[in-house]
Structures are given as structure tokens and as C-alpha cells.
Design a protein around this ligand. Sequence first.
Ligand SMILES: NC(=O)c1ccc[n+]([C@@H]2O[C@H](COP(=O)([O-])OP(=O)(O)OC[C@H]3O[C@@H](n4cnc5c(N)ncnc54)[C@H](OP(=O)(O)O)[C@@H]3O)[C@@H](O)[C@H]2O)c1
Length: 310
Amino acid sequence: MGDVLEKFFVVVGLLVCLVYLLKCLRFTKYIFLHFWKVLPRSFLQSTGQWAVITGAGDGIGKAYSFELAKHGLNIVLISRTLEKLQVIAMEIERATGRRVKIIQADFTQSNIYEYIKENLKGLEIGVLVNNVGMLPNLLPSYFLNVSEEVQSLIHCNITSVVKMTQLILKQMESRRRGLILNISSGVGLFPWPLYSMYSASKAFVCVFSKALQAEYKEKGISIQVLTPYAISTPMTKHLNPNLITKTADDFVKESLNYVTTGEAHCGCLAHEILAGFLHLIPSWAFYSSAFQKFLLTWYSDYLKQNANIK
Ligand SMILES: NC(=O)c1ccc[n+]([C@@H]2O[C@H](COP(=O)([O-])OP(=O)(O)OC[C@H]3O[C@@H](n4cnc5c(N)ncnc54)[C@H](OP(=O)(O)O)[C@@H]3O)[C@@H](O)[C@H]2O)c1
């Protein structure tokens, strides 16, 4: 009996070691790609002539627009404020020589997709970045204290991803080539109290992307979901960059090194490590009232001191 028990514990121990070894290998892959960029410069261009980026007028979307143009793609900028898009289009054309098309649309509305479809007609689209999103509360807040624009948030964070994918995936499927990057968030990896609506909307993006990748990977299409944490943009009130808080440009440059690494990642090594630490917190601690108190006090103070919050 003692012998069997001993063998059982040895097997369990070996399995635990194996699981951690696999996790280490995953990190090794990111560390390798962080320092040695192995994505061939022609890879993104080989997917098609155009890249479509939603929420392209600022922050992460603007950074993707510049970076993808540098990789040789023509760019379709879709966002809300026309003047911002016009300036960015001029800057991209001047800096990279690529063509830029502008589509003004408000993703909180559900009746914009026919107009977008009309404007995308005839373009060979290789890359779609479903980036647009809204965060109703930067400071942690109880659900009932957050603005009541629930429908807008659902349209902007969820409907936009589904509808834009519907519009573009069909032509990618017929050419058997294409890359879709869906920008979710680290708070979509598991439920975050005090960011309930945002966290749930980003969890949708994760689940949708992974299911879709399973359906379409055999058809030559890569669908990747990115789950970053803090990035200094207008959404985070230009939170001061540091080891964890990335600038949009740094984040986007690094994230493009990982486009061939699988269905999901955080987009940068620092956030991959942070996600690893957060996963170690037991759920009884994470969902305790003490943790919520920590978010409402210490984390709120940190945001107030480091972001441009009035
Ligand atoms: N920043 C972060 O720390 C962070 C972390 C994780 C995930 N994310 C996700 O990354 C994505 C981009 O975030 P970001 O920080 O770059 O956002 P951002 O700073 O708010 O800028 C996003 C751009 O999207 C546009 N936009 C916002 N609402 C729109 C709407 N209803 N219709 C059309 N365009 C709209 C804005 O238009 P205007 O130019 O008109 O303002 C702006 O150009 C979001 O999905 C966000 O959830 C961000």
C-alpha cells in the first residue's frame, strides 16, 4: 500500500513539474521574441494590400496604423473624429508613402456597418485590427455608480468586433489569407470586480476570438486576441509610462513580434509576466472585500497621482 502511495505522489510531482516546465517554455518563447525579432518584414504585407484599424484616431489604434504602414500595408483608418483622422492620414502618407483611406464612424451606433461596407468595397484586406473600445470608469467603481451608457459600451466593445469580422472575414476566407488582431484586455482574462462591464465585454472578445481561430485556422487565417494591461493613452488619461505601463508605440511594436505565436497573448513581455503573477493570486483573495478595498484606496490613489485625472 505504502509503495503504491509513494508511486502515486511521484507521478503527481512529475506532472506538476511538467506543467511548470511548459509554462517556462511559454515565457522563454516571449523572451526570445522580445529580444530577437524574427517576424520577416514581408509577413504582414503577404496577407493582403490593406490593413483596417478601428479606433485609429488615437492611442493604440493610431500606433497600429503607423506601424502597419511601415510594414508596407495601405491603411484604412476608422474612428469618430474626422479632423484627427485627416491629420494622421497625412502623417502616415508623408512618413511611409502608403495610401490611407478614412472612414468616420461612431461604434456606439449600430447602423454604421452598411456605410463601412460600402467604403471597404474593392479593397484587398489582409489585416483587421479590432481595436476600438471604451472604458466607462478608469477609477475602480461599483456597477451602479458607473455611467448608464450600457448599450453604447456593448456596441463599441462587442458589436464592433463581431460586425467588422463579419464584413472582412469572408474575403479573407476566399483568398485563404488574413490576420485579425482583436484587442481585448488583461481584465478580460478573468472577472475583475469594480470594472464589471468592461471586464465582461473584454472576456467576450477573448472567447469569441479563440472559438473563431479554431474554426478558421485551417483556412489560412490567423485570429489573435491581445490582452494587455496598462498602456498610456487617452483612455488611461495618459498614465505615466513605466516598467508595466507601456507607451502605445512600444506596445504595438512589440506586439507585432508575436503575431505568429498563437491564438492569445498579452502583447508584451512585461504584461505576460504580470498576468503570470495575477494568476497566482487565489480566487478567495482576489474576490475578497479586502482586495476591493485595496483597489478603491491604494490603486485609486496611484491612478490619481500618475494619470491626468481632474
Ligand atoms: N489603454 C489601455 O491601458 C488599454 C489596456 C488594455 C486594453 N485596451 C484596449 O485597447 C483598445 C484601444 O485603447 P486606447 O487606450 O488606445 O483607447 P483610446 O485612447 O480611448 O483611443 C481610442 C481611439 O478610439 C476612438 N474611439 C473611441 N470611441 C469610439 C467610438 N465610439 N467610435 C469610433 N471611434 C471611437 C477614439 O476616437 P476619438 O479620436 O474621436 O477620441 C480614439 O481615436 C481598446 O479596445 C481598449 O479597451 C487599452
